[in-house]
Ligand binder design. Structure first.
Ligand code: PMP
Length: 394
């Protein structure tokens, strides 16, 4: 290993700062090595079944078999990816009202967020993006690394486990015309707290009156209240406003995580200009997105039987999550709000000491901020989980 002095003298990379390790990925190794019986993994955000597995969905397996059998070429597709995939997925996301949208395939929701951020930075260098706290930890780095300025607004009150909408609106009074407002379309990560229909309408009015561009991150469609219900807020906003950006991930609702499947849509009257720039940016970042996962989604969505089976399995995943939510909410008065929240996550009112003690003494693993992946629980281990938690919840 080079000493610090040598690095300073010799390395081309001595301008770099040491980066913190990814806490969640570190948890995976610690969990595996933990010998405690009855340990519970609520860390990484992936759906799990009753046996703790993250299965390949049935329709995905069937579509993969079709691909293997029928695919005749691996020739390049182009920067826009699989346009039939984009078109079919637009039907899932937007219903029939997707006519003013420019869409391209991206490597996951992360790729869509980054591409959207780069597009904004190209048009409005240094624009500010307003992000509610807390949020998915990758949001701020994605926008910051694209050259945009990050502004935070209050969003969630951990103690009451509720959205503090008044505080959010108060903070957004500082936003200026041309700023961007990042919104979770449904199933907020990490809190599970989604806006009411009235609050969405107020957000729409705020964007309109103050000239803010809504940037909607929709990564969990179908895992909250259902495919159409989870998209309703986004659809309403698109109907109310001339311009918006949508980053979509298929990695949760199709269980395709490592295949990196997503899409970016931009609603704008300047659609030709937008499309040309989105494609030019994609060319210079990843040239074209990986094909396999999007081809699988296309096959599932264009085949009526596979599509119905996918929707049924997604319904069952959602039912499992919401069943666990209800059981958790009923198990302790301080967890009651979890029953009104949606999606895979809840944020518990725990400090870092409590999170660490639960890990050490009970084998209960969660993110350092107290976020739990609800799908990591089972109806059988909820009592032990809540018993471990209870001393910290008073
Ligand atoms: N947005 C949110 C809110 C997320 O939770 C995630 C994944 N954890 C993503 C985007 C990115 O999804 P993907 O894995 O498709 O990049």
């Amino acid at each position: 290993m080079l000493t610090r002095e040598l690095v300073e003298e010799r390395s081309f990379f001595d301008g770099l700062a040491v980066q913190p390790a990814d806490g969640l990925l570190g948890l995976i190794g610690m969990y595996r090595a933990d010998p405690q019986p009855g340990k519970i993994d609520l860390g990484v955000g992936m759906f799990r079944d009753d046996l703790g597995r993250t299965p390949v969905m049935r329709a995905v397996k069937a579509a993969e078999a079709m691909l293997l059998r029928d695919q005749e070429t691996k020739s390049y597709l182009g920067a826009e990816g699989d346009l039939r995939f984009v078109e079919l997925l637009a039907g899932v996301a937007f219903g029939t009202g997707a006519d003013r949208l420019v869409g391209v395939q991206t490597p996951g929701g992360t790729g869509a967020l980054r591409l959207g951020a780069e597009l904004i930075a190209r048009s409005r260098p240094g624009a500010a993006v307003w992000i509610g706290t807390p949020t998915w930890p990758n949001h701020a780095p994605i926008f910051r690394d694209s050259g945009l300025a990050i502004q935070t607004h209050r969003f969630f009150d951990v103690a009451s486990a509720e959205i503090d909408f008044e505080a959010m609106i108060e903070d957004l009074a500082q936003a200026r015309a041309g700023d961007v407002l990042l919104l979770h379309g449904c199933c907020h990560n990490p809190t599970g707290a989604d806006f009411t229909a009235e609050q969405w309408q107020e957000i729409g009015r705020l964007c309109e009156s103050r000239g803010l561009l809504p940037f909607i991150d929709l990564a969990y469609q179908g895992l909250g209240d259902g495919l159409a219900a989870d998209a309703a807020a986004m659809r309403g906003l698109l109907g109310a406003l001339p311009e918006a950006v949508i980053a979509y991930s298929c990695d949760k609702n199709f269980g395709l995580y490592r295949e990196r499947v997503g899409a970016l849509w931009v609603q704008s009257d300047a659609s030709d200009l937008v499309r040309g720039n989105v494609l030019a940016l994609a060319r210079s970042i990843w040239s074209m997105p990986p094909d396999h996962g999007a081809a699988v989604v296309r096959l599932v969505l264009e085949n009526a039987a596979l599509r119905a089976d996918w929707a049924a399995e997604l319904d069952a995943m959602r039912a499992r999550i919401n069943g666990l939510r209800m059981a958790l909410a009923a198990s302790h008065e301080r967890l009651a709000a979890i029953g009104n929240q949606r999606g895979m996550f809840a944020l518990l009112p725990l400090g870092p000491d409590a999170v660490e003690a639960l890990r050490r003494e009970r084998g209960i693993y969660m993110a350092g901020n107290g976020r739990i992946n609800i799908a990591g629980l089972t109806l059988d281990n909820i009592p032990a989980f809540v018993a471990g938690l209870a001393p910290y919840l008073s």
